[in-house]
Design a protein around this ligand. Structure first.
Ligand code: EPZ
Length: 427
């Protein structure tokens, strides 16, 4: 089982390239199912979840070919060809390993008029229901039947009708599923209280490039006029705002000066505001951000919220950074019910964190001490890396397969800006 070893205490200096966004890639890839023409995605990150999704597309009968990228390049070019689907089912053994597989439900239903997808089940951060995905699909004409841990969706007459749905709470995945299903419906659809994350904007822009008709992109109300069919396109995946924010937290806490390159600056508003509030120097350039820090940080009060609020996917990384702030910070997690799995591991490195319900009080300490720790979920594992970079001595992070799901070539990127970090096959 791979683990990552870090010897902390080094300042970070230099340029760090940001990859394509995992959470955009995982909703752009299923768009290839919506047309019998090729969809080419550029700047695709080299991640386990992207590879896993590619295997799922292959199971459904789509080919996925990686073209024109050298091993040393960050980002890949993938062309998805779904001339015809050979299956309309996403099986349990795939969906349980990668929850984002649920995002094939809408596209398969739209393309084939029927779909059978395993319920994803929960994960480390929460039970992650899909009731909103199902209610939204019903609202645009799907007939649904649940049995034996699967949902079977059918479009009467083979084509969804379109319709109107107002989300009771914001859901990124459910918004993505219903948008992908609605673009080839026979009528129009109006989606209210839709998620506005930049990854949703990326999805809508890609669908429009494929011939979809969507108004209100980037707002909470999406108006979709169904079209008979979509055509192929070439589309570049947006830069990963969470990866960029994660490395910014690392540079902030170690001290130093790091330029994050290939960044979508506009998508990082709440993260950059919080970093500046903590006393970190942030210089915004056209497609890069320069993070400058002396390692002295002010405490913060942060509450996670749907975009454009402070991202839940940044909570663990900020917590690790704030373990070294001069004072007490208060973090409140409003999106997921169990997203503090990193707390006991950080405590083993000397952090002083008290969790009460959804709120964590992080009292800054003078020093963190390296220790063997264990990753539990993707962003929690990044918080342990950040803590290890500033801790005295050696930190070994086990179960790094969690990290490989969302951070492309992490140790290579961090080594290049001066971190003493390596991957160790043992452990
Ligand atoms: C997406 O998950 C992201 N994953 C998550 O990133 C991210 O944390 C989350 O959005 C919130 O921004 C991908 O894009 C692949 P939600 P998703 O539906 O779509 C509840 C990472 O670290 N809910 O917006 O699953 C749900 O339980 C991952 O990169 C329902 O109740 O998130 C949660 O409490 C982690 N019923 C809240 O809504 C539903 O049908 C928000 O979930 C769906 C969701």
């Amino acid at each position: 089982m791979d683990r990552i070893l870090i010897r902390g205490g080094r300042r970070l200096n230099g340029k760090l390239p940001i990859s394509g966004a995992k959470n955009a890639a995982l909703t752009l890839m299923p768009c290839g199912l919506l047309t019998d023409e090729p969809l080419t995605l550029r700047n695709l990150p080299r991640l386990a979840d992207v590879d896993g999704f590619g295997h799922l597309l292959n199971q459904l009968g789509a080919s996925t070919t990686i073209e024109g990228s050298r091993p040393e390049d960050f980002g890949r070019v993938m062309t998805i060809r779904a001339g015809q689907l050979t299956s309309t089912e996403a099986p349990y053994d795939i969906v349980r390993k990668m929850r984002a597989s649920i995002l094939v439900l809408g596209p398969i239903l739209a393309r084939a008029g029927q779909a059978r997808v395993s319920l994803p089940g929960g994960c480390a951060i929460g039970n992650r229901p899909i009731d909103l995905h199902l209610k939204a699909l019903e609202a645009i004409g799907a007939d649904l039947e649940m049995s034996a841990g699967y949902v079977t969706a059918t479009a009467p007459g083979g084509r969804l009708s379109g319709g109107r749905y107002r989300f009771p709470v914001v859901s990124v995945g459910a918004t993505e599923n219903v948008v992908m299903a609605a673009v080839t419906a026979s009528g129009s659809s109006r989606i209210e209280n839709a998620a506005r994350e930049p990854e949703i904007v990326d999805l809508c822009r890609c669908l429009v490039a494929m011939g979809a008709r969507i108004d209100g992109i980037g707002t909470e109300t999406l108006e979709i006029e169904g079209v008979a069919e979509l055509h192929g396109a070439t589309y570049a995946v947006m830069p990963d705002r969470i990866e960029a924010g994660s490395y910014a937290c690392a540079a902030a806490v170690t001290g130093g000066e790091v330029e994050l390159t290939n960044v979508d600056v506009a998508s990082m508003g709440a993260t950059l505001t919080a970093l500046r509030e903590a006393g970190v120097g942030i210089e915004e350039r056209r497609d890069s951000i320069v993070v400058t820090s002396d390692g002295q940080l002010r405490p913060l009060t942060l509450t996670t919220a749907p975009y454009p609020g402070f991202a839940t996917d940044m909570q663990a990384q900020f917590m690790a950074m704030l373990c070294k702030a001069a004072g007490a910070s208060v973090l409140t997690e409003t999106i997921f019910e169990n997203r503090y799995m990193h707390v006991p591991e950080l405590a083993r490195m000397g952090a002083d964190i008290q969790v009460r319900g959804r709120t964590a009080v992080v009292k800054g300490v003078d020093r963190l001490v390296g220790a063997p720790v264990m990753a539990t979920d993707l962003r929690a594992s990044m918080s342990l890396i950040i803590a290890g970079l500033v801790a005295e001595g050696e930190t070994s992070v086990a179960r790094v397969y969690h990290l490989d799901r969302g951070y492309e070539r992490l140790e290579e990127k961090l080594s290049a800006v001066g971190a003493d970090i390596e991957r160790d096959g043992g452990g």
